[in-house]
Design a protein around this ligand. Sequence first.
Ligand SMILES: Nc1nc2c(c(=O)[nH]1)N[C@H]1C(S)=C(S)[C@@H](COP(=O)(O)OP(=O)(O)OC[C@H]3O[C@@H](n4cnc5c(N)ncnc54)[C@H](O)[C@@H]3O)O[C@H]1N2
Ligand code: MOO
Length: 388
Amino acid sequence: MVTIKEALKIIQDQSVNLKTENRHLKDCLGFSLSKNITAPFDMPSFDNSAMDGYALCGIYKEYKIVGEVAAGDMSEIALKEGEAVRIFTGAKTPEKTTAVIMQEKVSVHGDKLLLETEPKEGQCIRRKGEELKAGQLVFEKGYSISPAGIGLIGSLGIEKVEVFKKSVINLITTGNELIQPGKPKAEGQIFESNSFALAAACENFGFHCQDKKQIEDDFEAIKSGIKESLETADVLILSGGISVGDYDFVKQALEENGVEEQFYKVFQKPGKPLYFGKKGDKFVFALPGNPASSLSCFYVYVLPFLYQLSGSDKNGLNRYSFPISHDFENRSDRPSFLKAKISNSQAEILNGQGSSMIQSMALGNALAFIDAETSVKKGDLIECLLIS
Ligand SMILES: Nc1nc2c(c(=O)[nH]1)N[C@H]1C(S)=C(S)[C@@H](COP(=O)(O)OP(=O)(O)OC[C@H]3O[C@@H](n4cnc5c(N)ncnc54)[C@H](O)[C@@H]3O)O[C@H]1N2
Ligand code: MOO
């Protein structure tokens, strides 16, 4: 049995073999850059107007209108003192433009432009290079590409980016009692839900489960299922059959497939029988079957590792401390990840903390960490991992 800290360190210390690929801008959301990106040119690349209005030369209250520039116009108007041109948002400001005035603040009489007040030098002009200078570092290697990141990369004219490949994830659920939702359920059976929750949790953070298998509690079936899944997977996630019961065959089946244990059992609640192993450059997480245990272990251990394998600068769920909204006593002798809800900047530990209970996780939005046999008072800060 290892501590939470030790388990996380064992995972973090794995040497991983990152592969790269080129992806089109439209297909790189959530991927991590395998190279820095620097600005190929100044941004903006020319001085331009921030408003629909008039570009002005000199500081006056009256100007002569001598022309027009629209966004995308290439024409160069040489403005002289006291002259103005009609201009639109994003259009290149003529040379010698002192300021731009928005059209709501002027009146036009023939070719005469009258201002309510004198303009301030430089107003409403977006300067060349004010956001980025040519050659400036825009994103560092490892940056996880966000929608705004895609926007910026596109605006730099970059069509394809080199990113780290994401892992192929395969899932195996085990258990004789499991039947698929939608099928008639006999006494003693339960609906299989972990594979859906785990696949959804992967998708939620930009990872994808390629293959899903459900296998009964039969040693040979589990052993051959693992063998087959490992052929295509970079990361194999199993659920169930990892505890000490007579029908818990997963650990032995992994061993017989040449998977080397990195740790088995973590001193925590939920998720004590968590297993982590490796075979060559493939990794295996065997999560406890209890629905809340498997998902909690996914968030705390699998997700950081998926990020690590994808070259990301992220290392798991965001962690923040929040004041707890009520007194709470953790009676468990194990440090606990408790299903919690953050609202109005306060954390509430929800009812229904059993490892088999997933409703509290579904209604909550965080896992609150409270040490074993620890009491906290209303207002004390507790560490929370934000699920959403
Ligand atoms: N004698 C002991 N018994 C148990 C121990 C222990 O230390 N000694 N540990 C308990 C803890 S803690 C956990 S957690 C569970 C984990 O057991 P397994 O990983 O072997 O999981 P299963 O026994 O297969 O299933 C547990 C529970 O979860 C339900 N389940 C399983 N798979 C799914 C699924 N895909 N979808 C929905 N629900 C699932 C299953 O029906 C069981 O109710 O072991 C304790 N026992
Ligand atoms: O390790 Mo278990 O998840 O407490 O029931």
